[in-house]
Design a protein around this ligand. Structure first.
Ligand code: NAD
Length: 309
């Protein structure tokens, strides 16, 4: 299968590398020139859970260098870059191209559907994890379930085929008839962990200790559950507050991705996580005070990067 990965950072490089090793024709597309040049010169270095090795893979900074359309495009830019990335890749999208988003947060599916049409886009979630080490090098840091599906819940041949291609690459993937339930359930986990981890500056395990953090976590998730319920989303866990706490326990030694971004003074995905709950809640005339405050606090942190003491 001819596959283009749009956004070949930590996750894009990992997925691209694995898909290339299993025999697909894979192109990594990224605007980060130094990273792309390093991959073309030396190969892509992947280390960690799937082994340490160089992978020979084609990497480009411009869609026109790929030549023709792709069968599958996987979007792995940060959510705030989805729109600009999508508008740049029309050359790669043909009649039978499928576009898959496995990004975190809410809104990516909608942005991609607006640009390419609802029928082209497939969504999903992944518990795989990766870390960018330096240009040309990534660490495979997490393994877990991946699931993909059509928005209308139909298990189509293309979804089955893509799940099979991912599974053959070692990324065990299931098909789902409730993909928005999956996306929202993952969103709620990020709602309860990421921004709170930034503000308290702790690894995930600390968030469920003490008196105040668990209370704040529950309040953030409770608001999000109310929004999900009002929207008719079928969350995949009965008790999402308990689920978020148990994820904190399981990943107790992890620094969440938003905390990693803030430590590097990078822009966060807050608008697509807690900020998205506020937006969706407000559309339903719900007041979402806890997520609103935490969204503003993270934005204040981002604004003050250059002034922090
Ligand atoms: P990353 O910052 O490592 O990679 C994003 C890449 O996109 C960068 O290399 C950047 O140069 C590139 N990019 C930006 N604009 C572009 C454009 N217009 N065209 C092409 N490339 C462009 O991010 P990541 O950690 O790989 O995360 C990607 C997405 O996956 C996020 O939504 C994240 O929340 C989600 N996710 C990450 C992990 C993880 O472990 N890292 C796990 C699950 C989900």
């Amino acid at each position: 299968m001819k596959i283009t990965i749009v956004g070949a950072g930590a996750m894009g490089s990992l997925f691209g590398g694995l898909l290339s090793e299993s025999g697909n024709e894979v192109y990594l597309l990224d605007i980060w020139k130094e990273h792309i040049e390093t991959i073309n010169k030396k190969g892509l270095w992947i280390e960690g859970l799937s082994g340490d090795r160089f992978i020979k893979i084609k990497a480009v900074t411009e869609p026109k260098e790929i030549g023709g359309t792709s069968d599958l495009i996987i979007i792995f830019v940060k959510s705030y870059h989805t729109e600009s990335a999508a508008k740049n890749i029309s050359l790669l999208v043909g009649k039978s191209t499928s576009i898959l988003t496995l990004q975190n947060g809410l809104g990516n599916f909608e942005i991609l559907s607006n640009v390419f049409g609802l029928e082209k886009v497939i969504a999903g979630t992944t518990s795989y994890g990766a870390t960018m080490l330096c240009p040309g090098r990534v660490r495979h840091a997490g393994i877990g379930p991946t699931a993909i599906g059509e928005l209308n819940g139909k298990i189509t041949t293309r979804v089955e085929k893509i799940a099979q291609i991912l599974t053959q690459a070692g990324i065990k993937t299931e098909t789902s008839d409730n993909v928005m339930g999956l996306v929202w359930s993952k969103l709620l986990i990020n709602v309860g962990i990421n921004a709170l981890g930034v503000l308290i500056r702790v690894k995930n395990g600390e968030l469920i200790k003490g008196k105040y953090s668990p209370k704040l976590q529950a309040a953030l998730v409770e608001e999000a559950i109310e929004v999900a319920n009002k929207k008719g989303i079928k969350l995949v866990h009965q008790d999402m507050i308990k689920e978020v706490a148990s994820i904190c326990e399981e990943t107790s030694a992890n620094l969440n991705s938003m905390l990693q971004d803030v430590l590097k003074k990078k822009r966060t995905e807050i608008d697509f996580i807690n900020g998205a709950i506020v937006r969706e809640g407000n559309k339903l005339n719900l007041s979402i005070p806890v997520n609103q405050v935490i969204t503003d606090l993270i934005k204040a942190v981002e604004e003050a990067y250059e002034k922090q003491i």
